[in-house]
Write a protein that binds this ligand. Sequence first.
Ligand code: HEM
Length: 521
Amino acid sequence: MPDVMALHARCVQDFRLPPNTGCCPVSELITIPTESPETVQCGADSRREDPSRAAVVPPMPPMASDRIGGIQMVWALRRNAYSAFPPRCLDEPVVELRVAGRHIVLASSPDAIRHIMITHADDYQRLALGRRVLGPIVGRGLLVSEGESWRRQRRAMAPAFTPRNVPVMAQHIIRCTEVACDRLDRSRGTPVNLLHELQILSLEIAATSLFSLEASTFGAELRKMVSGYMDTIGRLYPSDILLPDGVPTLLRARRALFRRRWTRLIHSIIEMRAGRARADVPRDLFDLLREAHESDREDLLADEVSTMIVAGHETTALTLFWMCTLLAKAPQWQTAVAEEASGVDLSAEGAATSLPKLTITRAVVEETLRLYSPAFMTGRFAKRTREICGTRIAKGSIVLIPYWLLHRNPRWWPNSAAFDPSRFLSGAEPDRFTYLPFGVGRHVCIGAQLAMSEAILAIARLLQKFTIAMTGDRPVLPVGTLSTRPDHAPAFVLQAREAALFHPSGFPPPVLPVVQPLLQI
Ligand code: HEM
């Protein structure tokens, strides 16, 4: 099947996606070697040293004590996953804790992750607690489904995420970024809540590129509900781990109430979109989902729409936000990205062609995702008793995989706490299982290409136009609840970048936004 192989070659070349990512029809057919490959110390020796780019070490909350017990860890998870795990997780491939008779296993080594996600994936399944926490917002959507329903749901959506859609997605990304730039231009020189601005931008990109919708009508309410949920009842509570489904608690009642309000909002978005269906426009993800679920209850369509809107914008908004905090502290890298961006065509029409040329920008995005993976942890339930890296894991154990610990382990990442994008510029790819911002195995992120394209193009365009600085000295700390959020939204000040950097190569300024449904499915 030469054509399909060529398709996946593009995924690997342009997006550096490993096999089996579900990124295109062929990826699932490629098998992954099950033997342990040599772990590459990513960029350790071959790193390009550039003294002018002195590394910035962003602040982190303190880790838990090595003596932390299971129940304390479960409580700490509710507050912040970044201070819930003991440092011994960095040395031991598997750490086991007990909470009220349950085994909780922390697996943060490449070999343990390979075992759980690839070589013994059939022995593990998604956690019921994931459904308890995410269910009110994504229902039975792809983010929490399992088995045959998951397979059907994933197949239905896959065509919307193939590499051949990148050029149209790039157009949406640039058009939405232009609107954001215009908005930011109006507050130039004054403190601005960039987190909020980037959330609006990402929501607009997800709504237009996936559902041909303008988010302006529902965006504010949707953002308010998502943030409200994540900051309160969307956290991981001890009862999520300790109590089975069916035990009524106040928390569960509050989540059920939220779900009713949320479903009403999503149904109104669906009605808006369905009312716009026209025969003369290309199909988009909404059409795919509607066809796939027409025999199901209408609820599943609503669940999938919620899943894609929430998963599709929260994570990328946070990636852009963390990137801005890092670049505000590392002006050399900010200039490097701006210079690179100034040499390429970032118009809506040219952006897709420019994407592979933005290598420094890509490295900055990759390093941001290493330090602040928005999806910082995942979990699985052990269906059978197994041995992981010499430790017996009992059937029924809850296995947590904190990707953020993997990404900050000095064994795989020299100078691991430092923001140093040059480690992704050395040409040495990190070992596949030491860098997993988009997960791995059958549930790997379906939106990885969209997310990478969005993060690269949006930051390139923003830095083509502005310099970004952060006001105040208060450290911005990551808080791991449902995603990696900041403990507060710092104020940023944007200034117009030197005109010389804008379009030295004579590219026309990007066109003003026109919202069109463009996905070619
Ligand atoms: C920087 C941005 C993003 C990051 C870091 C990210 C990360 C992840 C990770 C780690 C997983 C795997 C979870 C697991 O193994 O349990 C995942 C799954 C998923 N992501 Fe993303 N994601 C991002 C953007 C997106 C976007 C843009 C979309 C959709 C438009 C999306 C939709 C999904 C869905 C539906 C799944 C579940 C896939 C399945 O189970 O088959 N994500 N994501």
